[in-house]
Ligand binder design. Structure first.
Ligand code: PLP
Length: 391
């Protein structure tokens, strides 16, 4: 039987999902702990969306449905992606609904890869990417972004693609978890110019596309539509993590392959969640903005507090994470730092090395937390640095 932990590449053993759960569990178990580990909005799902789900239940919209997802939902999502990002996907043949982006990544990798193929992953990265790749008997190749402000540089990309002929997929995520870094149109075009020279697909995980603070999100699918599988969803934009809705978009032949794996794995996604997501995509255009304004204020407070304590963060223009470098002169081991901080001060944040290559010496702080928690966190961090962290 496949053991998901053994399947992790040795290079990513540091990324231990269980360790993250432990941090979360400890934080939750102790009411005095300030928890800044969480990767989900701390807002409720908007009422109009909840009401749509209630209506679906009362209308007995509770039977099996087609694997690709309800076509009303796909049409609404297509229109949303068009209005927001200028994308043109045919809801009848180029889109499916998945069980969150999580299943979208899994099914897409399974559809595209053969045993022994390689997946190029900029790191640090979202923790499921490495294990997902190994599960498929393909192999992750990590591109360490830590020397370039956590951005992928075209030259690096070119070098790795030219020396690894088995790379079939570039697994890209922006706005990025864990760094909060995002890309502008020119930067994306520079990467696309390299990728277009190779026979590779791009899985573009744009789950945080609605959470950008200084500039509007630009979709990779707009630049390289034929090679790109776009993954998006409502988890972060509409505070709907528990509803498990993602949308995968790609040229027809690719999406039909992904749909086959998706059908085997899930049959289809919950009809009730699909009704809720249809409402989100139809009448929830402005929902993300209210949350975004609030996140921006929290980000600014956290960022300036961290800077005062000499924790440097790369430009965090998206998602709801800051990836702070532990200042010189303090204990540089991020795992010990985070564990000790939790024990001594009751502040839970995640060690950067949990997110793979390039993450060590950093800490990930999520500002999907109340302003009060953020203020408390800064006091706790200051006290810890003053009292304990000097090496
Ligand atoms: N992709 C990234 C980069 C994430 O950070 C997360 C959740 O934290 C997901 C995907 C999960 O998305 P979903 O809830 O749609 O499965």
């Amino acid at each position: 039987m496949k053991n998901p932990v053994e399947l992790m590449n040795p290079e990513v053993v540091a990324i231990k999902q269980q360790e993250i759960f432990k941090f979360n569990a400890l934080a939750k178990a102790n009411s005095g702990v300030v928890n800044m580990t969480v990767g989900e909005p701390n807002f409720p799902t908007p009422d109009h969306i909840k009401l749509a789900a209630i209506r679906a239940i009362m209308n007995d919209d509770t039977k099996y449905t087609v694997p690709e997802g309800d076509h009303d939902l796909l049409r609404a999502a297509s229109n949303y992606l068009h209005e927001k990002y200028g994308l043109n996907y045919d809801p009848e043949s180029e889109m499916i609904t998945t069980l969150g982006v999580t299943e979208g990544v899994f099914s897409t990798l399974n559809a595209l890869l053969d045993e022994g193929d390689e997946v190029l992953i900029p790191a640090p990265c979202y923790t499921i990417y490495g294990p997902d790749t190994n599960f498929d008997h393909s192999k992750p190749v990590y591109l360490d972004t830590s020397k370039t402000e956590f951005k992928v540089m075209p030259e690096q990309l070119d070098e790795l693609l030219s020396t690894h002929p088995r790379i079939k997929v570039f697994l890209f995520n922006y706005p990025n978890n864990p760094t909060g870094v995002t890309y502008n149109k020119q930067e994306l075009e520079n990467l696309a110019a390299v990728l277009s020279k190779y026979d590779v697909f791009v899985i573009s995980d744009e789950i945080y596309s609605e959470l950008t603070y200084n500039s509007k999100h630009y979709s990779f699918a707009k630049i390289l539509p034929k090679q790109t599988i776009l993954l998006n969803g409502v988890s972060k934009s509409h505070a709907m993590t528990g509803w498990r809705i993602g949308i995968a978009c790609a040229p027809k032949e690719i999406i039909s392959q992904i749909n086959k794996i998706h059908e085997l794995a899930t049959t289809a996604v919950s009809t009730i969640s699909q009704a809720a997501a249809t409402e989100a995509y139809t009448n929830g255009f402005d929902d993300p903005m209210k949350m975004r304004d609030e996140y921006k204020q929290r980000r600014d407070v956290l960022l300036s507090g961290l800077e005062k304590l000499d924790f440097y963060c790369p430009i965090p223009d998206g998602a709801f994470y800051l990836f702070a470098k532990i200042p010189e002169g303090l204990n540089q081991d991020d795992v010990t730092f985070a564990k000790d901080l939790l024990k001594k001060e009751g502040l839970a944040i995640l060690p950067g090395s949990f997110f793979g290559e390039g993450g060590s010496g950093h800490l990930r702080l999520s500002y999907a937390a109340s302003m009060e928690s953020i203020q408390n966190a800064l006091v706790k961090l200051r006290d810890y640095v003053t009292n304990y962290a000097s090496s």
